[in-house]
Write a protein that binds this ligand. Structure first.
Ligand code: SF4
Ligand code: SF4
Ligand code: SF4
Length: 361
């Protein structure tokens, strides 16, 4: 059957209108996809800035546990012959750093005005990690059970997309090494690996009701939490750490409290100290789709260098955009296919001639 010019134009106009409506729908504002849930046995850390005394035992333990060298800024090169670690920020040699907020007279700890405060920086082990999303060779991985985000140097091609993709500016490349690598906190996975969570996932899952103490009492915990004298860096299940953070925020500032140390639910003697005047915000609960490291602070987090971020990850946005684009491309592709089919049928009819066309219709 061939098509008259009128039939062809009518068919083409209908297809264009359908495709245009679909493209207009796709051009509506892009919506990020859903945030990802906590992995079933998510482990994490609660860092309470009000309990941190800036001793940097955690920085030193992190270096020891991960075989990282001492670091000195250029201005201090030669001072103390490089034996004293004075890292100012995260780098290819430093996975964890304590930074100081200072204002005015610095008279009061955890005061925004005329005060000072400490803040610990390292990987937050995001629920929906952008570093994992952008890595083209899956060298960055998130453990589906514990949620720990690790980097595999053997798979890494050194493209540094993860450095650009991380909203917390965590991964760094070792530029001053001949065979440089990406470095970031891996939650001391090499210390935790004897735990059944890492050695036997099925058995660990079967222990879903097991308390933190039971599951962790025979294995090591991240070095920074292990050595922290005040409990400012506390290890545990993310849900329990979140509940602990909420409990502390509900207390009266100055009230005495037994701050757990090392492992939340563990058997170490607590650190009894006054409760801080917390800002009503648990940083990491929602930022960038949520993280497994959570912060309590007495000074607004943005003053401490913790970035203000939306409640969804950049991975959720880019995947949402891709999904919308693909959805919007279906109609134009169908339109093209329809037009090609109409044109072919029309050409075929013309090749057959008007008599054949009549007899076949
Ligand atoms: S903080 Fe950065 S490096 Fe760590 S998991 Fe999130 S995106 Fe990745
Ligand atoms: S968990 Fe381990 S690697 Fe990460 S900051 Fe603490 S000590 Fe360093
Ligand atoms: S070891 Fe604890 S108290 Fe000392 S700097 Fe680190 S987090 Fe703060």
């Amino acid at each position: 059957m061939s098509l008259s010019r009128r039939q062809f134009l009518r068919g083409a106009a209908g297809a264009v209108a359908t495709a245009a409506a679909s493209v207009a729908e796709a051009a509506a504002p892009f919506a990020p996809r859903e945030n990802k849930p906590l992995p079933p046995k998510a482990i994490g850390m609660l860092y309470d800035s009000t309990q941190c005394i800036g001793c940097k035992a955690c920085v030193s333990a992190c270096k020891d546990a991960n075989g990282m060298p001492v670091e000195q800024p250029q201005a201090l090169a030669g001072w103390n012959e490089g034996t004293w670690d004075t890292a100012e920020d995260l780098s290819g040699k430093t996975l964890n750093v304590i930074r100081v907020y200072q204002h005015g007279t610095m008279a009061e700890k955890d005061h925004e005005v005329n005060g000072y405060a400490f803040v610990k920086r390292h990987c937050l082990h995001c629920l929906d990690p952008s570093c994992v999303s952008v890595c083209p060779v899956s060298a960055m991985q998130k453990n589906p059970l514990t949620g720990v985000v690790t980097h595999d140097p053997d798979a890494c091609i050194g493209c540094r997309y993860c450095v650009l993709g991380c909203p917390f500016n965590v991964p760094h490349y070792q530029f001053d090494e001949a065979l440089g690598q990406i470095s970031k906190c891996q939650f001391c996975q090499h210390l935790l690996q004897d735990n059944p969570l890492f050695t036997d996932n099925e058995a660990a899952l079967a222990q879903a009701g097991t308390s933190a103490t039971e599951l962790w009492k025979n294995s090591r915990i991240p070095a920074c939490c292990d050595v922290c004298p005040t409990g400012a860096s506390l290890f545990g299940w993310v849900n329990d750490l979140q509940a602990e953070a909420e409990r502390r925020m509900a207390l009266k500032p100055g009230e005495m409290y037994d701050f757990p140390r090392g492992l939340l639910g563990g058997d170490r003697a607590p650190n009894t100290a006054p409760v801080g005047a917390y800002k009503p915000h648990i940083y990491g609960e929602k930022e960038s789709g949520g993280t497994q490291v959570r912060y309590l602070t007495g000074v607004p987090h943005e003053k401490l260098g913790l970035p203000v971020l939306p409640n969804h990850s950049s991975a959720a946005v880019t995947e949402g955009v891709q999904h919308t684009l693909y959805k919007g491309m279906i109609a134009p592709i169908a339109l093209l296919g329809g037009l090609v089919m109409l044109a072919r049928r029309s050409i075929k009819g013309e090749e057959k001639g008007p008599h054949e066309e009549e007899s076949s219709s």
